[in-house]
Design a protein around this ligand. Structure first.
Ligand SMILES: Cc1cc2nc3c(=O)[nH]c(=O)nc-3n(C[C@H](O)[C@H](O)[C@H](O)COP(=O)(O)OP(=O)(O)OC[C@H]3O[C@@H](n4cnc5c(N)ncnc54)[C@H](O)[C@@H]3O)c2cc1C
Length: 487
């Protein structure tokens, strides 16, 4: 029985630990924070419950596949509800498009905005489904060890789509700016501009319109709790308040950790903490990637978040509501091209208490507001306040109601918190973006090239940002560890 020390308790670490324990290893998770879950932690205050990170449950098939590997189904651990509408997108005061829960209904709404667009959408979605089948059922389950992993008869037929972009493909078919923004929205989860994301990633549009948006009762944290319960059932030990200070190397082999000043032995070390941070736990000669490597990478955005308790029910919003009432292109330039605080930000608001009574006291509303930002910006309390004012004023105008005077409390979370809470590089929220040059084997490796028995997992590795990829990443790393242990 090998002793495996796992750093961090995000989705990827939890998933990897389940596979490693199932294979008969002695697995212990060491999490620096008081609570588990990493970026998917939960915040509770005055009877309100907020997911601090992920709120969109997409790709239910990936969760099913994860639990199936352990002879389970998601409903053994949490209850899912398909949202209808899935979300609403505002483009101005009283001007919005609703995305419902079936492609037929979505087509009908598209047709109202741009006559003829529903036929184009059906064609676009057929391609997206084809790509989903290639990518999600097969490609993303490859560990990024070799470029040959991407060479299959199906991908060869799609080669052009790796060199075109989502932006180009969408604009070729659709002319209405609202529909363009809606179709470009899903790839924002991959962390890069749609104009930098390969067209092949339109499988995210199938995840959106084809599979739909779900809500786990009590929030995404119930998924963390479910996987934690599974892990413990499989024999994983989870320890919190365990700040890993160093990875101990002997004879170019990982042999343990230093945690809160104490030395612990291990046969294998697996880190689900951010890759850049994990490498700082090693002496310089054992690091695979230089500072300039990280500086040159396209990081997914950071975010300014507000968790707000409202003293009344909020009108004219859905569970998920996007505010695309300002220039999409200008804000993305301010994230990626000339990093700065955006002049007029797009933002996202979630009101989980619209569909889940368990997350707020009766008659009140839980609101989460998210502004995507360039990582590494100066983050000071005055700026956070200024942006709250900016978005709440716009919110009131666009949704036609007064809400400011009904705020019971608001808590913010931004770049400095991502750094202090998760050791995130420049305070990124979603890891490393999926651009063409940061796809599959071109991403940081799951297995260290310099140190034996040292492995990595999580949103900076393969396949990329998001909860479903984090689960897949855990499985892939566990597979590589098993392979190494057998040799
Ligand atoms: C605001 C926000 C919104 C998001 N929205 C969505 C969404 O709607 N849908 C979706 O699918 N995805 C979403 N994501 C992305 C998704 O949450 C992440 O991709 C995923 O949770 C990352 O999991 P992980 O295991 O890679 O990393 P993390 O969750 O970051 O886990 C890493 C863990 O390592 C710990 N750690 C770091 N350093 C140390 C150390 N030295 N010692 C011990 N422990 C350490 C950290 O505390 C953390 O718990 C969102 C993310 C954020 C931040």
């Amino acid at each position: 029985m090998k002793k495996i020390a796992v750093i961090g308790s995000g989705f990827s670490s939890l998933a990897a630990s389940c596979y490693l324990a199932q294979a008969g290893n002695n697995v212990t998770i060491y999490e620096k924070n008081q609570a588990i879950g990493g970026r998917a932690r939960q915040f509770k205050k005055e009877g309100f419950t907020f997911d601090m990170g992920p709120t969109w449950y997409w790709m239910p098939d990936v969760f099913e596949r994860f639990f199936e590997d352990f002879g389970k189904i998601p409903s053994d651990f949490y209850k899912l509800k398909k949202l209808n509408p899935a979300y609403r997108v505002y483009f101005g005061t009283d001007d919005y498009v609703t995305i419902e829960d079936t492609l037929e209904k979505i087509c009908a709404n598209f047709e109202k905005v741009e006559p003829g667009s529903s036929i184009k959408l059906k064609k676009f979605m057929a391609l997206a489904l084809d790509n989903y089948n290639i990518a999600i059922t097969d490609l993303v389950y490859r560990p990024g060890v070799s470029p040959l992993e991407l060479v299959t008869t199906s991908t060869m037929k799609k080669i052009g789509q790796f060199f075109s972009t989502i932006s180009k493909d969408v604009r070729r078919e659709f002319k209405n700016p609202k529909l363009i923004s809606i179709l470009e929205f899903p790839v924002l989860f991959l962390g890069a501009k749609p104009s930098k994301t390969p067209a092949f990633y339109n499988f995210m549009n199938y995840a959106d319109f084809g599979l739909g948006t779900f809500h786990p009762k009590k929030g995404m944290y119930s998924v963390i709790e479910g996987i934690k319960n599974l892990a413990e059932e499989l024999g994983v030990t989870i320890k919190t308040d365990q700040n890993v200070e160093k990875i101990i190397i002997e004879n170019r082999k990982a042999v343990g950790l230093i945690i809160n000043g104490e030395k612990l032995d291990a046969d294998v070390v697996l880190s689900g903490a951010d890759y850049h941070h994990t490498e700082t736990l090693l002496d310089k000669k054992f690091r695979q990637y230089s500072e300039s490597y990280w500086q040159k990478k396209t990081f997914a955005p950071s975010a300014l978040l507000f968790y707000v308790g409202f003293n009344k029910k909020i009108k004219n919003v859905d569970h998920h509501t996007l505010f695309f009432d300002v220039d999409f292109e200008k804000h993305s330039q301010e994230i990626y091209d000339t990093p700065q605080w955006p002049e007029e930000p797009l933002f996202y608001a979630s009101f989980p208490s619209k569909t889940d009574a368990s997350v707020s006291p009766k008659g009140k509303e839980a609101g989460i507001f998210l502004i995507p930002l360039a990582p590494g910006l100066d983050d000071i309390p005055e700026i956070r306040e200024e942006y709250f004012e900016k978005i709440i004023n716009r919110f009131e105008k666009v949704t036609n109601q007064a809400v400011k005077n009904y705020v019971i409390f608001k808590e913010s979370f931004c770049i400095n918190d991502f750094i202090s809470d998760y050791n995130s590089y420049k305070g990124n929220a979603y890891g490393l973006a999926n651009t063409l040059m940061q796809t599959a084997f071109l991403r940081p490796k799951l297995k260290s090239r310099k140190v034996k028995n040292l492995f990595f997992t999580g949103q900076l590795t393969v396949p990329g940002p998001g909860v479903p990829p984090a689960l897949i990443s855990g499985k892939l790393t566990a597979g590589l560890i098993e392979k190494e242990l057998r040799n």
